[in-house]
Ligand binder design. Sequence first.
Ligand code: ATP
Length: 231
Amino acid sequence: MARFALFGDTSRRIAEADSVAVIGLGRFGSALALELMAAGTEVLGIDMDDDLVQAHNGELTQVVRADSTKEEVLRQLAVDEFDRVVVAIGADVQASILTSSILLGMKIPVIWAKAVTEQHGRILEQLGVHHVVYPEKDMGRRVAHLVRGAAMDYLEIERGYALARIASPASILGVPLGRTTIRREHGITVTAFRAGQGVWQNADNETVLSEGDQILIVGPTDRVEAFAQLR
Ligand code: ATP
């Protein structure tokens, strides 16, 4: 176990900065870790697959090959000193649960974990994992909305409430938004707009939209869906 001692010193330094430990560097964990790095957050990446560790060498602040189901290994890597840890292990549900349970025992303040099924997610939630995400399910639902309708981008913020990027329908062009009946009639709010190829700006009551403008709308999912179908 002494082989982790050197890594531990570096991890301890990483843990002191704006940092996150990501356990599991599959497609999800890897994309997440790289995005964190791009945003300026230090990342300790852990995976037991040697090829994946090699592949991420130099791309993350530190990458270590280790089995996260072993508490002493996580402690030697100073994972217990991190404020935020992501468990990005999916297929091996047992490893995901075991790792999450060890992290909860270490009293990590914020733990995120990926779930592959409802049951997996329920167990993680019952254990006390702070944030459980379902990447496949969420992306599948999101794409369904894109496939169905006219939305160019779609995000369900929580079940029943969504945000969508759509082309402005003809019925709201040429009049200040405050003088339209969008909220009353359609139950949605236009929060931002982009004129032509310009930059996105916040919308207000005085905003007047023209043909070709894009808008960001928020509201109950069914109302957003219905509004996105308007031409
Ligand atoms: P993705 O879709 O993100 O590729 P997946 O569900 O196919 O995810 P998994 O194989 O379940 O991915 O796990 C993601 C990564 O977690 C893998 O690279 C795997 O090596 C790693 N992993 C699994 N168990 C452990 C463990 N006990 N310790 C460290 N890493 C682990």
